[in-house]
Design a protein around this ligand. Sequence first.
Ligand code: PMP
Ligand code: PLP
Length: 445
Amino acid sequence: GLIFFQNDFCARILLLELKWCVLCLLLNEAELQQRSPPSMISLAGGSPNPNTFPFLSASIQVKNGRTVTFDEATMKRALQYSASNGIPELVTWMKNLQKNLHNPPTASYSPEKGQMDMCVTTGSQEGLCKVFEMLVNPGDNVLLDAPTYSGTLTALRPLGCNLINVPSDQHGMIPAALKKVLSRWDPSEVHKPDSTAPKILYTIPNGGNPTGASMTAERKKEVYELARLYDMLIIEDDPYYFLQFEKVQRWLTSSVSVPFPWAPTFLSMDVDGRIIRTDSFSKILSSGLRIGFVTGPKPLVDRVVLHIQASTMHTSSFTQLMVSQLLHSWGQEGFLQHIDRVIEFYRKQRDAMLSSADKWLKDVAEWHSPSAGMFLWMKLRGVADTQQLIVEKALEKEVLLVPGGVFMINSSDPCPYVRAAFSLSTPEQIDEAFKRLSLLIKDAL
Ligand code: PMP
Ligand code: PLP
């Protein structure tokens, strides 16, 4: 009962599917040739000849002494068109990681049966945008817990949907509040053609942008059960999954060796195939390389791939090969060791920001310590709206933060919050910034 959405985009996609074989011939020459006997002479492909490309080979130094090397043959592959769902060895590596981290219930995760699938996207933003375009029709009700990532609002707004806020706190979306929001619809009527019941719920489960909030496993279970009751898809946008600060502590204090002590995800609970999960390498390998992944029910991932085929064709082959070679040389263990180092860095940064906040902002602001991510979300006391304070006065005092309004469904509503990122500045800079901010707030009062 998953394919309940119907819109022009899907119609276009179905048409596209009919042209699938033709497109394959045009786009995946390299793949087709691999499957053909060596004696085959193909005049079918639309790929340019890489011998005419100016780049020959590459050697990329990796921290800790490794090297990613593209010999001439690999370079040709890196410079050529590739499959729209991602280069096979990268997709396979990620499927294994996903299986080990989330172990989605076998009922829904069975690559053999083809019920769940993954594809590579050009950053998770591309995946999110395409998922929204696939699922959301004008006038649809869409549930999310605002304040939320401004990129999500940017992707959803042009679709003409009605964004409904589900109240949240420092532990993310509140299940009782979701239940209340949903109570205006009758669960037995959500499949009626004229039902206005929301079909999708979007949330950032770990280290939310901008709030830093992380959902507890209990809350996720309750939200999942409500999604079952109302037959909704959940879009689990989890780019800060790998920045869980408690993870290493649990690892170190655990006497038994627990292989993957990460917070349980919606994907790990997905007995029905109603989770679409977006992962990102932006916070752990590179944001500029643009690599993300969509994991979800195969019929839906297939459609995202068809949309990729009609837009970017695929994420840069060069980028994918570079990342794939590194991941294969690291193995999962090396990858997770790298993640541990990244977590360690951000945890120290978070702690530095918290101690500077304690030092300078105690009397003028309030906040919760984030257990994941890169952000501290602060409510400024006595400031009704931070927009003016930040945009005008903060610039004068040479300190920059993001006013909370940009993360709200209605960005013009007054908002007393600001978002501070602890990712880029040194602890000394953070301290000086909060000193300036405290003066600024005191001046404004
Ligand atoms: N337009 C035409 C007419 C093409 O033939 C192609 C690709 N062969 C494209 C656009 C897409 O090219 P690109 O690889 O730059 O996306
Ligand atoms: N989702 C959230 C919640 C984010 O905060 C971001 C980036 O800041 C993204 C998605 C987009 O990430 P990517 O670089 O993978 O497109």
